[in-house]
Ligand binder design. Structure first.
Ligand code: GLV
Length: 310
């Protein structure tokens, strides 16, 4: 029952190799493609596995995503039901999502982009700013991360609503479900934060129809997945619809291709998928624990539902 590692970054793979080898003495841990006996690999620790990778391991029993999302695995592979798939659930990662969302909102509330442009023109031009108590935030996706983010926004005084597939009860948050619930959240929120998992039903969700339901002058923060946004509809909405701007951390293709229109759009802020980054020291113990659970024949922690896709 050996462990295979696959990431898109050699340095990252080597770090994981060292961490897992030193915490699981006697267990064979190897980085793809240098796997001596593929048929022995039972546990695959991975980020964005290349198409077909899973087929190389005929006795695979569990896949550990190195992030909070598992779409990078499920989108390109038909994972059979006997394989357990698990995501990372980490307080630091969850908290980082909140800090990022708050930063994007505060930067916009206090006009920082405008002052950055004005500064480059040596222009002194004070503007009215927004106050937290006057601002409403709508959060799409109320799983572990969304719930925490919603509560944090409540704790600093924002008016918060949230939308999710199943009903949720979060202190201080007006929660909604269903299509009518989505239009209610979009209609009342000055800032909409997308943290939904990528599934067939959320792919392309943020389209013209969705954007048209948003409040006049509202702002979108996407820290979910790029494939949930129809790019040309987003630009259309900023130019013709109710949307005033957007802060995007995730994209259909990453790195964002040079020719993408988002780069030069003055109302779009781009960050390079950094809302939260997995820190090995903070999460390796849950990967080690999952391997131990697997070899003792138990269900691994933070397992996702393959049917739901999250
Ligand atoms: C990052 O996007 C993650 O899924 O952890």
């Amino acid at each position: 029952m050996s462990i295979g590692i696959f990431t898109r970054n050699e340095k990252q793979s080597q770090k994981w190799l060292q961490k897992l080898r030193s915490n699981l003495p006697g267990i064979v841990v190897e980085v793809y493609p240098d796997i001596s006996r593929p048929a022995d690999v039972a546990f695959l620790v991975c980020w964005k596995p290349v198409t077909g990778l899973l087929d190389e391991f005929s006795n695979l029993k569990a896949i550990q995503s190195l992030g909070a999302g598992v779409d990078h695995i499920l989108d390109h592979h038909n994972v059979p039901p006997h394989i357990q798939v698990s995501k990372v659930v980490d307080d630091n990662l969850t908290h980082d999502m909140w800090e990022h969302a708050l930063t994007m909102i505060m930067a916009d509330m206090k006009n920082l982009d405008i002052y950055a442009t004005n500064q480059s023109n040596k222009m002194w031009n004070p503007k009215r700013y927004k106050r937290i108590k006057d601002v409403s935030v709508g959060i799409l996706g109320l799983g572990t991360i969304g719930k925490y983010v919603a509560s944090q926004f409540v704790s600093v005084g924002y008016d918060v609503s949230g939308w999710s597939r199943s009903e949720k009860d979060i202190a201080g948050v007006d929660t909604f479900t269903g299509e009518a619930g989505l239009s209610s959240v979009l209609a009342i929120s000055d800032y909409v934060i997308n943290i939904l998992p990528l599934t067939p039903s959320t792919t392309g969700l943020i389209d013209k129809e969705f954007l048209s339901m948003m409040k006049e002058g509202s702002y979108l923060i996407n820290i979910g997945r790029g494939a949930q946004v129809v790019d040309q509809d987003l630009i259309w909405s900023i130019e013709n619809g109710p949307l005033r701007g957007a802060a995007l951390d995730v994209f259909h293709n990453e790195p964002l291709p040079e020719e993408n229109l988002f780069w030069n759009h003055t109302s779009i802020r781009i960050t390079p998928h950094v809302a939260s980054l997995t820190h090995i020291d903070s999460v390796y113990h849950q990967v080690v624990e999952n391997y131990k659970l697997l070899i003792s024949g138990k269900s691994i922690n933070n397992r996702i539902d393959l049917k739901k896709g999250y």
